[in-house]
Design a protein around this ligand. Structure first.
Ligand code: CA
Length: 220
């Protein structure tokens, strides 16, 4: 299982990322302080680091600089509320592999994590196709194949399909799907989940996703 270190001092964001990564089959660890992050990375047990810029103690740029100076080569994705060009340049110059401004959508974070892990050779080809029964979801091409029928999915349909295929036969609530696919800033009263489940049913077959009244949806 791929281990990811989340360096983030905002509990709301770190727990959102942590839950999402666990749900996606990764092994996440959260640390909320820059200096502690250096010690965690030194254990050698992390394949990728998500690094917030604004941290107590030393900031994310300083953590980045020290990690690279120490010869750490794992992919590092910077997270920040600041969206200035200067920060992006500082981060990339400092040896960050990617840069994601907050608020971000969880599926965008996932796509970047997969890309950076693939580049660093940490993610095997076998892990790029998810299967359940005759449904195959290709993480690289964003296509779904059901039996002999292949369809392209939009980014959002794909993220939703991924949640179902990773948790087959489990009831997933609207709230779970909303937070994992649409992100932490989405209006909980929105009916967007129902709308996208309908789109997805159109692509994988209406009978594949069951409505569990009052609870959510289940891939059967
Ligand atoms: Ca912060």
């Amino acid at each position: 299982m791929t281990s990811i270190l989340i360096v983030e001092d905002e509990k709301r964001i770190s727990s959102f990322i942590e839950k999402g990564l666990s749900a996606a089959g990764y092994s996440p660890t959260v640390v909320d302080d820059g200096l502690a992050a250096l010690d965690y990375v030194a254990t050698g047990s992390f394949e990728l680091v998500l690094l917030d810029v604004g941290l107590p103690g030393i900031d994310g740029f300083e953590v980045l600089t020290r990690l690279r100076a120490r010869g750490e080569t794992m992919p590092i994705i910077m997270l920040t509320a600041r969206t200035s060009v200067d920060d992006t340049v500082t981060g990339l110059d400092g040896g960050a592999n990617d840069y994601l401004p907050k608020p971000f959508k969880f599926d965008e974070l996932m796509a970047r994590i997969r890309l950076r892990l693939r580049e660093s050779g940490q993610q095997s080809v076998a892990e790029t196709v998810l299967r359940h029964g005759d449904i195959a979801l290709d993480l690289t091409t964003r296509r779904v194949t059901v039996g002999t029928q292949t369809n392209d999915l939009s980014a959002r349909e794909f993220a939703l399909a991924e949640q179902f295929v990773r948790h087959p036969e489990q009831v997933l609530s609207r709230e779970q799907l909303l937070s994992r696919v649409w992100g932490f800033d989405f209006d909980p009263g929105s009916n967007v989940v129902d709308v996208y489940v309908r789109y997805l049913r159109g692509k994988i077959g209406a009978d594949r996703i069951e409505t569990v009244r009052g609870m959510g949806y289940r891939l059967v």
